[in-house]
Ligand binder design. Sequence first.
Ligand SMILES: [Zn+2]
Length: 274
Amino acid sequence: MALKEPFPDLGEILVSIGEGGKRIANIDAAEGAAGNISVCIGWPIEVRRRFPVAEEIPLPQPAPHLAGRVVLVTGSGRRLRDIEADPAANLGAVVVGPDGETGTLCTSPGRLFERLTSEWNSHLAVHDDTVERTGTNFHAVVHAQPPHLTYLSHLPAYRDEDRLSRRLLRWEPETIINLPAGIGVLPFMLPGSATLMEANVESLRRHRIVLWSKHGVMARSDISVTRAVDRIEYAETAARFEYMDLVNEERGEGLTVDEMRAVVEAFNVRTTII
Ligand SMILES: [Zn+2]
Protein backbone atom coordinates (compact mmCIF):
# COMPACT_ATOMS: atom_id res chain seq x y z
CA MET A 1 0.00 0.00 0.00
CA ALA A 2 0.97 3.59 -0.57
CA LEU A 3 -0.97 6.79 0.05
CA LYS A 4 -2.23 8.60 -3.04
CA GLU A 5 -2.36 12.34 -3.64
CA PRO A 6 -3.50 14.63 -2.19
CA PHE A 7 -1.13 13.68 0.61
CA PRO A 8 -1.84 14.75 4.19
CA ASP A 9 0.14 17.85 5.14
CA LEU A 10 2.52 18.09 8.09
CA GLY A 11 -0.11 19.68 10.34
CA GLU A 12 -2.57 16.85 9.67
CA ILE A 13 0.06 14.20 10.38
CA LEU A 14 1.04 15.92 13.65
CA VAL A 15 -2.64 16.00 14.68
CA SER A 16 -2.97 12.28 13.86
CA ILE A 17 0.05 11.47 16.06
CA GLY A 18 -1.47 13.53 18.89
CA GLU A 19 -4.83 11.77 18.57
CA GLY A 20 -3.13 8.38 18.42
CA GLY A 21 -1.16 9.17 21.56
CA LYS A 22 -4.33 10.17 23.38
CA ARG A 23 -6.16 6.98 22.37
CA ILE A 24 -3.23 4.85 23.55
CA ALA A 25 -3.31 6.72 26.87
CA ASN A 26 -7.10 6.30 27.09
CA ILE A 27 -6.77 2.51 26.99
CA ASP A 28 -4.19 2.65 29.79
CA ALA A 29 -1.38 1.54 27.49
CA ALA A 30 0.94 4.50 28.07
CA GLU A 31 1.55 4.94 31.79
CA GLY A 32 3.99 7.74 32.64
CA ALA A 33 6.30 8.23 29.68
CA ALA A 34 5.76 4.71 28.30
CA GLY A 35 5.10 4.26 24.60
CA ASN A 36 6.34 6.01 21.49
CA ILE A 37 5.15 6.81 17.97
CA SER A 38 6.86 7.46 14.66
CA VAL A 39 5.74 8.17 11.10
CA CYS A 40 7.90 7.81 7.98
CA ILE A 41 6.93 10.11 5.08
CA GLY A 42 8.06 9.39 1.53
CA TRP A 43 6.95 12.50 -0.35
CA PRO A 44 8.54 15.97 -0.28
CA ILE A 45 7.40 17.71 2.90
CA GLU A 46 8.52 20.99 4.46
CA VAL A 47 9.38 20.54 8.15
CA ARG A 48 11.65 23.50 8.93
CA ARG A 49 8.86 25.97 9.61
CA ARG A 50 7.56 23.87 12.55
CA PHE A 51 10.98 22.39 13.39
CA PRO A 52 13.53 25.15 12.62
CA VAL A 53 16.42 23.99 14.86
CA ALA A 54 18.66 21.60 12.90
CA GLU A 55 21.51 19.35 14.03
CA GLU A 56 23.31 16.46 12.37
CA ILE A 57 22.91 13.11 14.14
CA PRO A 58 24.20 9.59 13.53
CA LEU A 59 21.41 7.06 13.01
CA PRO A 60 21.38 4.13 15.48
CA GLN A 61 21.86 1.80 12.51
CA PRO A 62 21.92 2.28 8.75
CA ALA A 63 18.56 2.94 7.06
CA PRO A 64 19.58 3.07 3.38
CA HIS A 65 16.05 2.71 2.03
CA LEU A 66 14.92 5.82 3.90
CA ALA A 67 17.42 8.18 2.26
CA GLY A 68 15.76 11.56 1.79
CA ARG A 69 12.65 10.58 3.75
CA VAL A 70 11.37 12.31 6.88
CA VAL A 71 10.69 10.41 10.09
CA LEU A 72 8.64 12.16 12.78
CA VAL A 73 9.36 10.50 16.13
CA THR A 74 8.56 11.12 19.80
CA GLY A 75 11.21 12.42 22.19
CA SER A 76 12.49 10.33 25.08
CA GLY A 77 10.58 10.87 28.32
CA ARG A 78 7.65 12.58 26.64
CA ARG A 79 4.10 11.49 27.48
CA LEU A 80 1.90 10.23 24.65
CA ARG A 81 -1.12 11.97 26.19
CA ASP A 82 0.69 15.34 26.00
CA ILE A 83 1.60 15.26 22.29
CA GLU A 84 -1.78 16.58 21.16
CA ALA A 85 -1.40 19.85 23.09
CA ASP A 86 1.98 20.67 21.48
CA PRO A 87 3.17 18.12 18.88
CA ALA A 88 6.22 20.13 17.77
CA ALA A 89 7.61 20.29 21.32
CA ASN A 90 7.21 16.52 21.84
CA LEU A 91 8.45 15.26 18.45
CA GLY A 92 11.56 15.48 16.32
CA ALA A 93 11.64 15.41 12.50
CA VAL A 94 14.61 13.45 11.18
CA VAL A 95 15.50 14.00 7.54
CA VAL A 96 17.48 10.88 6.63
CA GLY A 97 20.71 11.68 4.78
CA PRO A 98 21.56 10.33 1.31
CA ASP A 99 23.95 7.77 2.87
CA GLY A 100 21.21 6.41 5.17
CA GLU A 101 23.68 6.52 8.07
CA THR A 102 23.20 10.03 9.34
CA GLY A 103 20.30 12.43 9.47
CA THR A 104 19.33 15.99 10.24
CA LEU A 105 17.28 16.20 13.42
CA CYS A 106 14.93 19.17 13.16
CA THR A 107 13.23 20.33 16.34
CA SER A 108 11.14 23.17 17.70
CA PRO A 109 12.65 25.97 19.83
CA GLY A 110 10.19 24.72 22.47
CA ARG A 111 11.63 21.17 22.35
CA LEU A 112 10.93 19.30 25.58
CA PHE A 113 13.37 16.37 25.25
CA GLU A 114 17.09 15.69 25.08
CA ARG A 115 17.16 12.51 23.00
CA LEU A 116 14.75 10.70 20.71
CA THR A 117 12.80 7.73 22.11
CA SER A 118 14.87 4.86 23.51
CA GLU A 119 13.13 2.57 20.96
CA TRP A 120 14.27 4.79 18.07
CA ASN A 121 16.40 1.93 16.67
CA SER A 122 13.37 -0.39 16.43
CA HIS A 123 11.18 2.28 14.80
CA LEU A 124 13.87 3.08 12.24
CA ALA A 125 14.60 -0.57 11.45
CA VAL A 126 10.91 -1.40 10.88
CA HIS A 127 10.46 1.62 8.61
CA ASP A 128 13.59 0.74 6.61
CA ASP A 129 12.62 -2.92 6.25
CA THR A 130 9.03 -2.14 5.23
CA VAL A 131 10.04 0.51 2.70
CA GLU A 132 12.59 -1.92 1.24
CA ARG A 133 9.99 -4.70 0.94
CA THR A 134 6.95 -2.72 -0.15
CA GLY A 135 8.12 0.71 -1.33
CA THR A 136 5.34 2.37 0.68
CA ASN A 137 5.41 6.17 0.91
CA PHE A 138 3.83 6.22 4.37
CA HIS A 139 4.42 4.08 7.44
CA ALA A 140 3.33 4.55 11.04
CA VAL A 141 4.80 2.61 13.97
CA VAL A 142 3.40 2.69 17.52
CA HIS A 143 4.86 1.13 20.67
CA ALA A 144 2.54 0.86 23.69
CA GLN A 145 2.28 -1.13 26.90
CA PRO A 146 -1.30 -2.49 27.10
CA PRO A 147 -1.76 -4.22 30.46
CA HIS A 148 -3.83 -7.30 29.51
CA LEU A 149 -1.65 -8.29 26.56
CA THR A 150 1.46 -7.71 28.60
CA TYR A 151 0.06 -9.68 31.53
CA LEU A 152 -0.75 -12.67 29.29
CA SER A 153 2.87 -12.66 28.10
CA HIS A 154 3.88 -13.33 31.70
CA LEU A 155 2.06 -16.69 31.46
CA PRO A 156 4.47 -19.07 29.68
CA ALA A 157 1.66 -20.81 27.73
CA TYR A 158 0.76 -17.51 26.02
CA ARG A 159 4.27 -16.98 24.67
CA ASP A 160 3.48 -19.66 22.05
CA GLU A 161 2.65 -17.54 19.02
CA ASP A 162 0.07 -19.84 17.41
CA ARG A 163 -1.66 -20.51 20.69
CA LEU A 164 -1.81 -16.82 21.63
CA SER A 165 -3.46 -15.91 18.33
CA ARG A 166 -5.94 -18.79 18.48
CA ARG A 167 -6.92 -17.88 22.04
CA LEU A 168 -7.26 -14.15 21.44
CA LEU A 169 -8.94 -14.07 18.04
CA ARG A 170 -11.91 -16.09 19.29
CA TRP A 171 -13.67 -13.39 21.34
CA GLU A 172 -15.11 -11.04 18.72
CA PRO A 173 -15.72 -11.61 15.00
CA GLU A 174 -13.89 -8.46 13.89
CA THR A 175 -10.63 -9.44 15.57
CA ILE A 176 -9.64 -11.90 12.83
CA ILE A 177 -10.78 -9.41 10.19
CA ASN A 178 -8.45 -6.76 11.61
CA LEU A 179 -5.60 -9.06 12.61
CA PRO A 180 -5.71 -11.77 9.90
CA ALA A 181 -2.05 -12.68 10.42
CA GLY A 182 -2.57 -12.91 14.18
CA ILE A 183 -0.21 -11.48 16.78
CA GLY A 184 3.54 -12.11 16.74
CA VAL A 185 5.25 -12.95 20.04
CA LEU A 186 8.85 -12.33 21.07
CA PRO A 187 10.44 -13.60 24.28
CA PHE A 188 11.57 -10.99 26.78
CA MET A 189 14.41 -8.93 25.32
CA LEU A 190 16.17 -5.92 26.75
CA PRO A 191 14.35 -2.68 25.80
CA GLY A 192 16.22 -0.70 23.17
CA SER A 193 18.61 -3.60 22.43
CA ALA A 194 19.87 -4.70 19.01
CA THR A 195 18.45 -8.17 19.73
CA LEU A 196 14.95 -6.76 20.19
CA MET A 197 15.34 -4.54 17.14
CA GLU A 198 16.25 -7.47 14.87
CA ALA A 199 13.62 -9.88 16.18
CA ASN A 200 10.98 -7.13 16.01
CA VAL A 201 11.72 -6.42 12.34
CA GLU A 202 11.45 -10.11 11.50
CA SER A 203 8.13 -10.55 13.32
CA LEU A 204 6.59 -7.39 11.83
CA ARG A 205 7.25 -8.80 8.35
CA ARG A 206 4.71 -11.51 9.15
CA HIS A 207 2.35 -9.58 11.43
CA ARG A 208 0.95 -6.09 11.83
CA ILE A 209 1.37 -6.26 15.60
CA VAL A 210 3.93 -8.03 17.77
CA LEU A 211 3.89 -8.66 21.51
CA TRP A 212 7.18 -8.00 23.29
CA SER A 213 6.87 -10.40 26.23
CA LYS A 214 6.82 -8.81 29.69
CA HIS A 215 6.98 -5.34 28.10
CA GLY A 216 4.37 -4.27 25.51
CA VAL A 217 3.58 -4.26 21.79
CA MET A 218 4.61 -2.65 18.53
CA ALA A 219 2.10 -2.16 15.70
CA ARG A 220 2.46 -0.72 12.23
CA SER A 221 0.29 0.57 9.40
CA ASP A 222 0.95 1.86 5.89
CA ILE A 223 -2.32 3.83 5.96
CA SER A 224 -2.43 5.90 9.16
CA VAL A 225 -1.43 6.25 12.80
CA THR A 226 -5.06 5.54 13.62
CA ARG A 227 -4.92 2.10 11.94
CA ALA A 228 -1.79 1.16 13.89
CA VAL A 229 -3.48 2.26 17.12
CA ASP A 230 -6.63 0.34 16.13
CA ARG A 231 -4.58 -2.85 15.92
CA ILE A 232 -3.35 -2.31 19.46
CA GLU A 233 -6.91 -1.69 20.66
CA TYR A 234 -8.27 -4.84 18.95
CA ALA A 235 -5.48 -6.98 20.39
CA GLU A 236 -5.76 -5.46 23.87
CA THR A 237 -9.56 -5.88 23.92
CA ALA A 238 -9.10 -9.53 22.95
CA ALA A 239 -6.53 -9.95 25.73
CA ARG A 240 -8.97 -8.40 28.20
CA PHE A 241 -11.62 -10.97 27.22
CA GLU A 242 -9.06 -13.72 27.61
CA TYR A 243 -8.05 -12.42 31.03
CA MET A 244 -11.71 -12.15 32.09
CA ASP A 245 -12.22 -15.72 30.99
CA LEU A 246 -9.19 -16.97 32.92
CA VAL A 247 -10.43 -15.39 36.15
CA ASN A 248 -13.93 -16.73 35.42
CA GLU A 249 -12.62 -20.31 35.33
CA GLU A 250 -12.67 -20.37 31.51
CA ARG A 251 -16.47 -20.57 31.32
CA GLY A 252 -16.66 -18.53 28.10
CA GLU A 253 -17.24 -20.38 24.83
CA GLY A 254 -15.53 -18.00 22.47
CA LEU A 255 -16.25 -18.26 18.76
CA THR A 256 -15.92 -21.87 17.64
CA VAL A 257 -13.60 -22.74 14.77
CA ASP A 258 -16.66 -23.19 12.53
CA GLU A 259 -18.01 -19.78 13.54
CA MET A 260 -14.66 -18.18 12.83
CA ARG A 261 -14.47 -19.95 9.45
CA ALA A 262 -17.90 -18.51 8.59
CA VAL A 263 -16.63 -15.00 9.40
CA VAL A 264 -13.48 -15.55 7.35
CA GLU A 265 -15.53 -16.72 4.35
CA ALA A 266 -18.20 -14.01 4.60
CA PHE A 267 -15.66 -11.20 4.83
CA ASN A 268 -13.16 -12.74 2.43
CA VAL A 269 -10.34 -12.69 4.99
CA ARG A 270 -7.03 -14.21 3.97
CA THR A 271 -5.79 -15.70 7.20
CA THR A 272 -3.27 -18.25 8.37
CA ILE A 273 -4.75 -18.57 11.86
CA ILE A 274 -7.54 -21.10 11.20
ZN1 LIG B 1 8.27 0.28 26.31
